[in-house]
Ligand binder design. Sequence first.
Ligand code: CA
Length: 517
Amino acid sequence: MAPPLTIRMHASDNVAIVANDGGLPAGTVLPGGLVLRDKVPQGHKVALVDLPARSAVLRYGIPIGHALQDIAAGSWVHERLLDMPGARALEHLPMATVKPPALPALEGYTFEGFRNADGSVGTRNILAITTTVQCVSGVVEFAVTRIKNELLPQYPNVDDVVGLEHSYGCGVAIDAEGADIPIRTLRHISLNPNFGGEVMVVSLGCEKLQPERLMPPGSIPITDTRGEPAALDVVCLQDDAHVGFMSMIDAIMATARHHLSRLNQRRRETVPASELVVGVQCGGSDAFSGITANPAVGFCTDLLVRAGASVMFSEVTEVRDGIDQLTSRASTPEVAEAMLREMAWYDAYLARGKVDRSANTTPGNKKGGLSNIVEKAMGSIVKSGSAPISGVLAPGEKLRQKGLIYAATPASDFICGTLQLAAGMNLHVFTTGRGTPYGLAQVPVIKVATRSDLARRWHDLMDINAGKIADGTASIEDVGWELFHLMLEVASGRHKTWAEKWQLHNALVLFNPAPVT
Ligand code: CA
């Protein structure tokens, strides 16, 4: 059997995580001489000292809770023994107080990307068909299948055809407060760099979200042959001209052919790594997320920022408990204020549903050793590395700057990914401990496993094994660099991720905080 291995994150921590596969039995003697009083599952915490009732339990050097009873050294410290601390108030926080020394620029790294008219760069060349409303999705799906089979082979430089299907567009209070979020999300997804500015829309006709409301004049970056802003290309199914279903399909295919021929002229060219727009998130987290995968992603985030790229981290409920760390790292007081504005908005949103940020943790998180949202948040924030936070995006907004950005989104994997797509990400990094087959049709998703056991079992779903860090066979820096190099290969189209190989695509899920009707 492998020697007992425990991991402590901070010198002041009074608990450590058991790293061994399958956990450790009671009676195990740890290297320092401490004897386990209980069986401790993998990823769960062991008390390193006697913890009197009401004392703070420290992980990452901060209190993740207070002991509900006396806990003897060597005991399993699980969520039923901890009282969760209250959320930090959004007042009297350190604002832009930390001035980390500037990281040295990282030069000379490039990838092969598709340069767009608006200056953005795609990592894939995809025809996206925008839809105004869920009603048309069956028709669009039928058309996409035919386009893939009959048209795509004639346009070898185009990678794929994707229908942007969603559940919005009608039966919603479209003028309600908050309705601008799903609308701008859908608009900005249509303008993702991977679609080359070629926007075509399929509309039903009678829906609330009319095409010109979704894509107002001037929103499309490409121009027509006269140099004027291109007109919106809409196929409307209720148009009197359509007689029969095949007339609709023929119209969609004819419009698609026009855009495919333009996309087919795109060529990859060498561009600096600064053109990467990376969205990072985690899902199906466990106690290893904050020890292995997320710190490696954080190291890679610093590399990307040093290379001049854009990196977004998100997931409001997973960073709320570390708000003081984030406001202090903001590059200016204005950025810190913007972060507080997003946190306050989300606190109010949760309060309307009579819950708080503790609604975040899942049964799987707890089984994986994460006692509560405070512990989960500390492990989640490390994805953001150490660079100053230079900007904040509200949900559905489009990113227009470089550096480390806080893009406020729910932590829900599919909603976070959908909003990062809208922000303009051209590469997605996803860490997981419990395991998820997550993927997107619109951008490549690189999945990072937190544990070697998961990487072994899901060998054809996980792209990187950060579990090597817990095994002691690789450092955080090693895995961070491995991820950085893999990003450039994936962005260049030279390497396909597992989700791409299997064509695993999650649905777009729009964040709609407004009522439905
Ligand atoms: Ca997530």
